[in-house]
Design a protein around this ligand. Structure first.
Ligand code: 6GU
Length: 255
């Protein structure tokens, strides 16, 4: 997979991409990450990337020309994602902005299927609306809070994509068992020592009874999700029996 990132602050990406899973995926040739400085795509003497908003108001707005120039030079053509007018398949061009649709595990899975994507980091008070309308194919937000720019959000997206690439993790099982894989939170994990400051590891995990352990973990996932993120249960893959038992818990808790 090849991921292009358009940013005004290329230096921000140095740390996160040179450690851990992402570094290993790059070293193994599973992903190539190309950081492009938006300022390099200006054509004026002062390399201006932003300007005052028409109509007045606070802050500055990112100009459209450098962003179009950058995306087109990379090979993204804008317009509707899928097929271009000429028929060749298009590279998704994704603007990171608090106005975007919420990024979740499902969005991460969909994006990870592409051979090449372009992430555009928004900044200042906003990005000229013509970028959203005519250049990008999608707009993504990573949560309901405002960040100073799209860079940290782009790093979040890259991490979520890269860890899904075959061979990126130590074992494929890690992806399958991850939180949110089937829409539930993960069960509690323990390691040695068996007793720490008087707090002991649940007995079942020491039993060697794999069926009992699997049952306990599933139960813990369900209860934890019910307690912390009940909204996730609507879309989770549950058996009829599990739904019935959860409903019992719900009523037990509300009475
Ligand atoms: Cl993608 N960008 C910014 N600036 N703030 C955000 C965000 C993105 N997602 C959540 N907050």
């Amino acid at each position: 997979m090849k991921i292009h990132i358009l940013t005004l602050f290329p230096g921000m990406f140095n740390g996160p991409f040179s450690e851990s899973i992402i570094k290993r995926a790059i070293d193994r040739g599973l992903v190539e990450i190309a950081i492009h400085n938006i300022r390099d795509y200006t054509s004026d003497r002062h390399h201006v990337v932003d300007d005052y908003p028409y109509g007045g108001g606070q802050g500055m707005v990112l100009k459209p020309e450098p962003l179009f120039e950058a995306v087109e030079s990379i090979g993204g053509q804008g317009g509707v994602c899928g097929e271009s007018e000429k028929g060749e398949s298009q590279i998704p061009v994704i603007l990171l902005t608090p106005q975007g649709r919420l990024f979740d595990q499902q969005a991460a899975q969909e994006l990870a299927k592409y051979e090449e994507i372009i992430l555009v980091c928004g900044h200042y008070e906003g990005v000229d609306e013509r970028v959203g309308e005519h250049l990008v194919t999608d707009e993504i937000s990573i949560g309901d809070y405002v960040l100073s720019g799209g860079e940290l959000a782009a790093m979040v997206v890259v991490d979520a994509l890269v860890r899904q690439l075959p061979g990126a993790l130590g074992s494929e099982a890690s992806v399958v068992e991850d939180s949110h894989w089937r829409g539930l939170l993960e069960y509690p994990q323990y390691t040695r020592p068996q007793a720490f400051r008087g707090w002991v590891v649940p007995e079942v995990l020491l039993s060697g009874n794999h069926a009992a352990i699997a049952r306990w973990r599933r139960e813990q996932s369900l209860l934890r999700t019910l307690k912390r993120r009940p909204d996730l249960l609507e879309r989770a893959e549950l058996t009829d029996e599990e739904r019935r038992r959860l409903n019992e818990h719900r009523y037990a808790d509300s009475s």
